[in-house]
Design a protein. Structure first.
Length: 73
């Protein structure tokens, strides 16, 4: 279990560091990136660090982040 916690903390730190350089992003782009980061960490935690779970969580989180901030038409 310690490996999963370290991996989740590391992934969160990398996502946070990557987002600090994205000041020129739109709100929708930023929410997509945040959703992907959070989804990846959650996917890794839920599947015991599985690469497929991490990638799947990142994909689902990115889609949710993108759709939540979509402009209403």
């Amino acid at each position: 279990m310690i490996g999963i916690k370290k991996g989740a903390v590391c992934a969160a730190a990398i996502a946070l560091a990557a987002l600090t350089g994205c000041s020129g992003m739109s709100t929708q782009d930023r929410n997509t990136a945040i959703g992907a980061g959070v989804g990846g960490v959650a996917g890794a935690a839920l599947t015991g660090g599985s690469a497929l779970g991490t990638v799947g969580g990142a994909a689902v989180g990115g889609v949710i982040g993108h759709e939540v901030s979509k402009p209403k038409q």
